[in-house]
Design a protein around this ligand. Structure first.
Ligand SMILES: [Zn+2]
Length: 473
């Protein structure tokens, strides 16, 4: 017997705390430490059986189904209301799981259709992608229409309070600009047995945990920010499609499931689907300059920037390229950071012994290589000299120039442009811009910001020196 049963849920309206309980047969161990997750909401929510079914199916079922992929698992629910037949099917399609069968009552009755409001929810992480997405949507729809939805999580439950505090600073900044926000604190990443289980639900984790909010608010649009470079085709035919669960054709299963569960015809949209990191930084420094200082990319518990990671150096390059004030002392960073010194050393080695290609892990995320090269090549060397050359920091400019010169001969113009074909492919799959209203506003913003718009349906890039391509046919 391989059974997974949704047993019950409890919602404490005063604490706004929701717990969901289930049981699993003994042979299904090695997925969760405890068969229970708890969510705490910062604003009013709507909780009912349909929402709980949606959360359970989106988050808990795929963890078991993927870890125990050689078993056929029977799913039961002890909740009073039956689940819509297609909710379960759509979520299985979304997660690409075929080894589960739903055994409890199902219904074909659709819930009454809820009229959508004019509000938009944005899964807000605080990095360049969600920040630029917030700024763009603020300009197009009005800041007061946008709710920033923030999931607070950590593998160590003792860090939640500290994390919450850092997040509050960034949300207060956005609140001053007119946005409202809601935090959801979750112990999911603490309850799963290890990090790899925590990654299984993907984007569905956010839509599931935020569902009680967006059904209460009747959002018409739910946006999230994963940049364009994530979505290249697989290098090898045997490997899984990268970022499958965040692709427009797959996400449509999630919006179908939400509609069948709740009657809310919500549309998903990823404003960053057609934007490389280069474009995001460019918009943040040219058009949305008043947001630039609210960039939170590194987010270590010690503070806003750790000065020893790839996100910190990407931010440093972006500040130099766009002549923006940097949150930390750039001279100190390029002089003292062990990360930078190691990268400079590796770059010299890579340059002398050019056998391993150009990719250096410390220089950029493998998928961001082309966009980072474009960013670095945008840096005005006289400006960098002015910012970095200092007797007190004798190595700073040297370290910078060693890294920068390695890539000066390269050009990946597509990666400093906006990908129109990607935009159109997404809006076609998700029907999130039927009259091209968003598109027209966005193109206007891009033109005014001097960002090149390209129409290519196939774009090439590099991932660890291997050529990859993006396909928008
Ligand atoms: Zn860092």
């Amino acid at each position: 017997m391989k059974n997974l049963t949704l047993e019950s849920y409890f919602y404490n309206e005063i604490q706004r705390e929701l717990s969901i309980n289930w049981t699993a047969s003994d042979c299904l161990e090695g997925v969760f430490k405890e068969e229970k997750i708890t969510l705490k909401y910062e604003r009013e929510v709507l909780i009912d059986d349909a929402i709980i079914h949606f959360i359970f199916a989106s988050v808990v079922i795929p963890c078991y189904a993927i870890i125990h992929k050689n078993y056929n698992i029977s799913i039961y629910s002890n909740l009073h209301s039956p689940i819509h037949e297609n909710v379960f099917k759509e979520i299985c399609l979304y997660h690409n799981i075929k080894n589960v069968t739903y055994k409890s009552n199902v219904t074909n009755d659709r819930p009454a259709m809820i009229p959508v409001s004019d509000k938009v929810g944005l899964f807000y992480g605080g990095g360049k992608d969600s920040l630029v997405s917030a700024a763009i949507q603020g300009e197009i729809f009005g800041e007061e229409k946008i709710n920033l939805l923030r999931l607070v999580w950590d593998e160590d439950i003792n860090n939640l309070e500290k994390k919450s505090k850092i997040i509050n600073e960034s949300l207060e900044f956005m609140s001053d600009k007119g946005f409202s926000s809601a935090k959801v604190i979750s112990d999911f990443h603490f309850k799963v047995i290890n990090r790899s289980v925590g990654k299984i639900p993907g984007l569905a984790l956010y839509s599931a945990f935020m569902a009680p909010i967006f059904v209460k608010e009747n959002y018409r649009l739910l946006s999230f920010g994963y940049d364009s470079t994530e979505f290249h085709n697989s290098v090898s035919k045997n490997r899984a499609i990268p970022f499958r669960n965040s692709r427009p054709n797959i996400i449509s299963h999630l919006s179908n499931a939400i509609f069948m569960s709740t009657g809310l015809a919500i549309n998903f949209k990823n404003f960053n689907y057609s934007m490389t990191p280069y474009v995001a930084f460019k918009l943040l420094s040219c058009r949305y300059n008043n947001y630039y200082s609210n960039l939170y990319m590194c987010e270590r518990l010690a503070g806003k920037w750790c000065l020893k990671c790839r996100k910190c150096i990407t931010y440093a390059f972006a500040c130099l390229a766009n002549k923006q004030p940097c949150d930390f002392n750039l001279k100190y960073f390029f002089e003292k950071s062990k990360y930078v010194n190691d990268l400079a050393l590796e770059t010299v080695g890579n340059s002398v012994n050019n056998l391993n290609g150009l990719h250096i892990d410390k220089f950029s995320h493998p998928k961001h290589f082309c966009a980072t090269v474009e960013l670095v090549n945008d840096i005005d060397l006289d400006y960098a000299k002015k910012e970095l050359l200092d007797l007190q920091y004798p190595r700073a400019y040297y370290n910078f120039i060693v890294i920068a010169l390695r890539y000066r001969h390269l050009k990946y113009e597509d990666h400093s442009s906006f990908w129109l074909a990607a935009y159109e492919q997404e809006s076609q799959h998700l029907n999130n811009d039927p009259n091209n209203e968003i598109k027209n506003s966005l193109l206007n913003i891009l033109k005014e910001s001097n960002i090149k718009i390209i129409e290519n349906k196939k774009i090439t890039g590099l991932n660890r020196d291997v050529e990859v391509y993006y396909d928008y046919n």
